[in-house]
Design a protein around this ligand. Structure first.
Ligand code: ADP
Ligand code: MG
Ligand code: ZN
Length: 503
């Protein structure tokens, strides 16, 4: 193609993901070592995960159960028989010089996941999801006297490298999507949904460093090759030169890396150059990707059957292992059962913890109050402080007490929101102590009535304005009453009492 023809070409972006998820099990996938994060390197190890000669792997049942749960959640087929393979390569984090993984009969096949993006419902195919072991972790270090953490650096600047086998053997599920994404924003929305589902299933700990790691494949094809239904023919996909960006560890990182990569490839194509099929590395700090190596081909890995592990027959587990109600179903139920808006229901079901908490509060008080306090007030204030629900999940009883104070009319909604909740989050105090210290007890009806009468007596001008039809004058009077009651009256009640009194 001439450069001119290339420039005028309309291009479509094609993206497919390989997502590595650490499964939350107590022990590693092929040995009894703990998966807890240890303070000291190389302490959660044994002959199996160190790859010592003569040691034999034993498959962890909990990891297989987690895989089956994921399979159910993404509506995948679980084959009669699934097997393990050795993927051979040499690297310091891989003491056996091979990784035990799955190859031609993965435990989950042909699933899909639905998610929302820009108010569209999108569905992405999951080609496969397979079990494998995590390698160890390595750290490149510069010589020096400061603490180790301050001396870690990229490999090209390192004086030496440290290896830690604590992570080696942590169970992983690698989830491989079809190349169904058409822009980086969709990828981010998908990852958020995937994490939600994994969390609901209780198989994944999102707060753990490196628990979700993403490789993202991107290519450009002629826009004309996209069929009317949005699909693209296999042959076109096969033909497109794609890059695989490694080392992405967050949703936002994935979006950023792919946006960079899409524009880099577009510039190449539009200037009439080729996109090299290669593996690239995402640099989170610079927001760019750099070439690492030409993409290895499957044959480089010399896959062969892991003879130390027998074939696994667990297809019947799909019927036996229950999974909880998933976010979509729960959202729809919240709309139907509690009369919530789609938006509120989505917010409330975004994590299982929030949804469970909402239901507990809704059962004790009422759904509207629970939705307001959990979805709007609590999540809003947490968000504002860059806090997560997990930061306060041991204080749900205190939040419930706050809702109770409002429900029983002991404090005003305004004070509950602006003083009690904020102080709870900022200072860690108990709602009762905050209410007492700030003297927030709601002023009784009598006191409000007295203040209303006093305000009317003292402000004849405002009263006259009100009677002349100046409705704004009522706000002035409300302000006077609020002042007299030290802000502890409910402004709406005061407004009403004033209007009554002025009739
Ligand atoms: P490989 O055999 O190289 O591992 P796969 O067919 O297994 O390739 O796919 C690996 C990943 O690449 C998948 O996530 C898939 O969605 C993605 N992929 C496949 N074709 C394309 C393409 N043309 N553009 C972008 N991603 C693609
Ligand atoms: Mg692959
Ligand atoms: Zn071990």
């Amino acid at each position: 193609m001439t450069a001119q023809a290339a420039e005028s070409r309309e291009l479509a972006t094609v993206i497919g993901l390989e997502v590595h998820v650490q499964l939350e099990t107590e022990t590693k996938i092929f040995c009894g070592c703990s998966t807890e994060q240890a303070d000291e390197p190389n302490t959660n190890t044994c002959p199996v995960c160190l790859g010592l000669p003569g040691s034999l792997p034993v498959l962890n049942e909990a990891a297989v159960e987690a895989a089956v749960k994921i399979g159910k959640a993404i509506d995948a087929d679980i084959p009669e028989e699934t097997t393990f393979h050795r993927k051979n390569y040499y690297y310091p984090d891989l003491p056996k010089n091979f990784q035990i993984t799955q190859y031609d009969s993965p435990i989950c096949q042909d699933g899909e996941l639905e998610f929302s993006h820009e108010s569209d419902r999108r569905r992405v195919g999951i080609r496969r999801a397979h079990l494998e072991e995590d390698p160890g972790s390595i750290k490149h270090v510069r010589e020096g006297t400061g603490p180790l953490e301050s001396r870690t650096c990229s490999i090209d600047r390192a004086d030496y490298t440290l290896v830690d086998y604590n992570r080696a053997g942590t169970p992983l599920m690698e989830i491989v999507t079809r190349p169904d994404f058409r822009d980086p924003g969709e990828v981010r929305a998908f990852l958020e949904k995937l994490e939600e589902v994994l969390e609901y299933l209780g198989v994944f700990d999102p707060t753990r460093d490196g628990s979700l790691r993403i490789d993202a494949n991107l290519s450009l094809v002629d826009a004309a090759a996209v069929n009317d239904d949005g699909s693209i023919d296999e042959a076109v996909l096969e033909d497109a030169n794609r890059t695989e960006v490694k080392n992405i560890s967050s949703h936002r990182g994935a979006e950023k890396a792919l946006a960079f990569e899409a524009s880099r490839q577009k510039k190449l194509v539009q200037s009439g150059r080729e996109v090299a099929q290669e593996t690239r590395h995402f640099n989170e700090t610079h927001g760019n990707t750099v070439g690492m190596r030409s993409k290895e081909a499957e044959k480089d890995y010399r896959y062969f059957r892991e003879a130390d592990l027998p074939p696994l027959r667990v297809s019947h587990w799909k019927a036996e292992i229950p999974i909880p109600e998933l976010p979509d179903a729960r959202r729809d139920r919240f709309v139907a059962e509690y009369g919530l808006s789609e938006e509120a229901a989505s917010k409330l079901t975004s994590t299982k913890q929030v949804a469970d908490f909402f239901e507990a509060v809704a059962e004790r008080f009422d759904a509207d109050l629970a939705a307001t306090w959990v979805a709007d007030e609590l999540l809003g204030e947490l968000n504002y402080r860059d806090m997560a629900i997990t930061d306060i999940d041991d204080r749900f009883d205190e939040v419930e007490r706050l809702v109770e104070l409002v429900a029983e009319d002991e404090i005003t909604t305004k004070n509950a929101r602006e003083i009690v909740l904020r102080t709870m989050l900022d200072e860690g105090d108990h709602p009762d102590d905050i209410a007492e210290a700030a003297d927030l007890g709601k002023t009784s009806g009598d006191e409000v009535q007295q203040a209303v009468e006093a305000a009317i007596d003292e402000n004849p001008d405002a009263v006259e304005d009100y009677h002349d039809g100046d409705d704004g004058a009522i706000n002035f009077l409300v302000g006077q009453v609020m002042q007299k009651t030290g802000g502890s009256a409910d402004p709406d009640d005061v407004n009403q009492s004033l209007r009554e009194a002025l009739k």
